[in-house]
Design a protein around this ligand. Structure first.
Ligand SMILES: [Zn+2]
Length: 386
């Protein structure tokens, strides 16, 4: 029973994971190459967090987990995972310095919020996952040709609110115009900004939460200002599929509305991006509408009642092993129900993709929470870390 032990484990200056995140398009790798990388990078990350996060090490020991148990891809499911609810109760830390780390707060509307502390390296890798996806899944445009219209605030104004912050990060990679200024959003002004961007840039990417995209599309239809242009136009929805009153926003209806408002020929130009505050990677859709998982993340589903890992293509709780987080162990059991698929996607790429169907329901949550709490110690310290 060796849960990592006192062995010194540190990240080299240019870790392999950084070469993958910031290197050439990892989605072009073969299925086997992606699987090998995934195993290696996640194994390294687990060793790192076993060493740097004492409660995680103790938790792993209680589950009789040893890193030596992880020898092939099938063994990844043995790695201990944390229910995301833990981040609502304690500070999960693999050695954070609050003076230089950023608290990232979930954008949830009910109950306690999750707070995830991230250091500079962890945030840079998160941005890297966005760049990788834009480059790899949106046809690899040269950065200078891209103009982003973000239907949200800039980084300074986004503060700690998670999705606004994630989308504002895009300004570090591409020329970006932000449409929320001093807390104010005007859909007609956004239409004008999008039209201007189409005249100025070869590739225009509009990002924003579905609810704001709907407002902009309605304004575009109302004002009849939309012109045809030669620029490549991609819409990336990011954030909750919820209306302000809490009811669901229909994906198909929004796709049709955006396509008609901006005269898009195919729905493949409207992509959804998935993230939750505890996950350090943004997962984007390809032109075939599949959410591709990069090779530093492993996703499996677990049975909703027993939490037992399931084979691919089974509906269950989506659970993640994300090797890119340094300031906390991003090994998570989420509240989302969905499935994982393997093999060749219709877009031609190989590797796993995920489908998110719904949030876990209250009745299911009860048994599941009991099971999860049994994993964790009864009296938890405020800081779950060194
Ligand atoms: Zn695809």
């Amino acid at each position: 029973m060796n849960a990592g032990g006192p062995r010194q484990v540190s990240m080299p200056a240019m870790a392999e994971i950084d070469r993958v995140i910031f290197g050439p398009d990892p989605f072009q790798l073969s299925e086997g190459e992606q699987a090998n990388l995934r195993l290696k990078l996640i194994r390294e990350a687990v060793e790192y967090h076993l060493h740097h996060c004492a409660p995680f090490r103790a938790y792993a020991a209680r589950l009789h987990f040893s890193i030596d148990d992880v020898q092939c891809g099938d063994d990844l499911e043995r790695i201990p995972q944390l229910p995301t609810g833990l981040f609502k109760r304690v500070v999960v830390s693999s050695g954070i310095d609050k003076a230089v780390c950023r608290p990232c707060t979930s954008s949830g509307t009910q109950g306690r919020l999750s707070v995830v502390w991230r250091d500079r390296c962890t945030i840079q890798r998160l941005l890297g996952s966005i760049q990788t996806a834009i480059a790899g899944l949106i046809d690899d445009p040269p950065e200078k040709d891209v103009l982003v219209v973000n239907l949200g605030p800039n980084q300074a104004e986004a503060g700690d609110l998670w999705f606004a912050y994630v989308m504002s990060l895009i300004e570090l990679a591409y020329i970006t115009r932000h449409m929320v200024v001093d807390g104010r959003f005007d859909p007609s002004e956004a239409v004008v900004a999008i039209e201007r961007a189409k005249r100025e840039a070869k590739v225009v990417v509009v990002t924003g939460p579905p609810v704001l995209l709907r407002q902009v599309s309605e304004a575009a239809l109302r004002t009849k200002r939309v012109t045809t242009s030669n620029s490549e136009f991609t819409v990336v929805t990011a954030g909750g599929w919820k209306r302000p009153d809490g009811s669901g926003l229909d994906r198909q209806a929004l796709t049709e509305l955006v396509a008609s408002a901006f005269r898009l020929q195919t729905s493949g130009r409207i992509r959804d991006a998935f993230n939750q505050v505890e996950l350090n990677t943004v997962i984007f859709e390809c032109s075939s509408g599949a959410k591709h998982v990069p090779p530093w993340v492993h996703v499996c589903t677990r049975d909703i009642r027993t939490l037992t890992p399931q084979p691919n293509d089974h509906i269950g709780l989506l659970s993640y092993l994300d090797a890119s987080a340094l300031s906390y162990p991003a090994f998570l059991i989420s509240d989302d129900v969905g499935r994982v698929k393997e093999g060749r996607c219709a877009c031609g790429r190989y590797g796993p993709t995920i489908e998110i169907q719904r949030r876990i329901e209250r009745a299911e949550h009860w048994g599941c929470a009991l099971k999860m709490n049994a994993f964790l110690e009864p009296d938890m310290p405020e800081i779950w870390g060194p």
